[in-house]
Write a new protein. Structure first.
Length: 343
């Protein structure tokens, strides 16, 4: 696992501070945690919401239907900077430390903004213990096996308010395709998207967490081609864990897309974040290298003891029986050093 981390903050997180009248919605699908927020008055042009964070950058996942809509963003005590686009915002690289982002938007009739989530690029100053981290499907900590593709067989069309996390997804329509992800945390969720399921049929996968398998179909109410479907969730004890996903029932043109994995971290900072090689396959126990080394050490030790018994036994027999002269260096006073173990 690379020494980077991305915090995932829902629009209804308690640390997001709304500065004007806002409407908070719960919906089925297409939004992280099935929630989104919008403005409910015309007094949000001086600030709709703000969020204080520690890190080196921040992204706002928001959308506005009107093409070229205007909104404003400021970082810390700087002036508001007008933005023109679809509502999303990416900050420049910031100095590692404490910052506050303030997002402002005006009501433009029917074109109300929708705010889904924030992501923060963690720095050495960012506390991670207990925070939700997002891992994109393209991250090299996710190991894919099989015939996964980067695009579905049938192109998808999203409206202004729906999009994939970082606009990437790994797709499969093949039984036996699998992936593996190792993490150190207290819970894990897998978010994805299902395509061409309206015509019937099912998509089933086995989710094996630390050796315990669980077969799951698509969640009830999953809508065709809408992102942020929570495919799997589990709470675990703090520590290292391994999740393996294996597709067990799927047939083209139906397709399953893996969009991101989110987990709650059980480590303090990116400097203490474990690497992929430091986590075992089942979240505990020794890695293969140490096991092999221990086995070889045991074999070498047994061989050494056997050699000692043979030499001492031979010397004992020769001392007891005059038919066997004392001729070896063991009796001549020029003894050679016995082999010794390095363990």
């Amino acid at each position: 696992m690379a020494q980077t981390a991305t915090l995932f903050i829902d629009d209804q997180d308690s640390q997001v501070r709304y500065l004007c009248d806002s409407l908070h919605q719960h919906v089925a699908g297409s939004y992280y945690n099935n929630t989104w927020s919008t403005i409910q008055s015309d007094n949000c042009k001086n600030g709709w919401f703000d969020y204080t964070f520690y890190g080196t950058g921040i992204h706002v996942a928001a959308s506005i239907a009107t093409p070229g809509a205007s909104y404003s963003v400021k970082i810390d005590d700087e002036e508001f900077v007008p933005q023109f686009g679809n509502g999303a915002y990416d900050s420049p690289t910031l100095s590692d430390g404490k910052h506050t982002i303030t997002y402002a938007s005006e009501s433009t009739g029917k074109s109300l903004p929708s705010f889904d989530y924030l992501t923060v690029n963690a720095g050495s100053s960012t506390p991670l213990q207990g925070r939700t981290l997002a891992v994109d499907d393209t991250d090299n900590s996710i190991i894919y096996s099989g015939s996964w593709k980067n695009s579905p067989a049938v192109p998808l069309a999203f409206d202004y308010s729906t999009s994939l996390y970082r606009n990437t997804t790994h797709w499969s329509s093949t039984v036996g395709d699998s992936l593996q992800f190792k993490f150190e945390g207290t819970s894990i969720s897998v978010f994805g998207i299902a395509s061409n399921i309206s015509s019937g049929g099912n998509i089933t996968a086995t989710y094996t967490l630390d050796g315990v398998a669980q077969v799951q179909s698509l969640p009830q109410g999953t809508l065709d081609s809408l992102p942020m479907v929570n495919l799997f969730h589990a709470d675990v004890q703090p520590g290292a864990h391994t999740l393996i996903i294996n597709l067990t029932d799927i047939q083209a043109p139906r397709a399953l897309g893996i969009d991101l994995i989110a987990y709650n971290a059980s480590f303090n900072s990116i400097s203490s974040q474990p690497t992929a090689s430091s986590s075992s396959a089942n979240g505990s126990g020794l890695k293969m290298g140490p096991k092999v080394g221990i086995a070889l050490g045991v074999i070498a030790g047994v061989a050494l003891l056997a050699s000692l018994f043979v030499l001492l036994g031979r010397r004992y027999i020769r001392n007891r029986n005059p038919k066997f002269p004392l001729s070896d260096s063991l009796e001549s006073g020029t003894k050679k050093s016995l082999p010794h173990s390095t363990w």
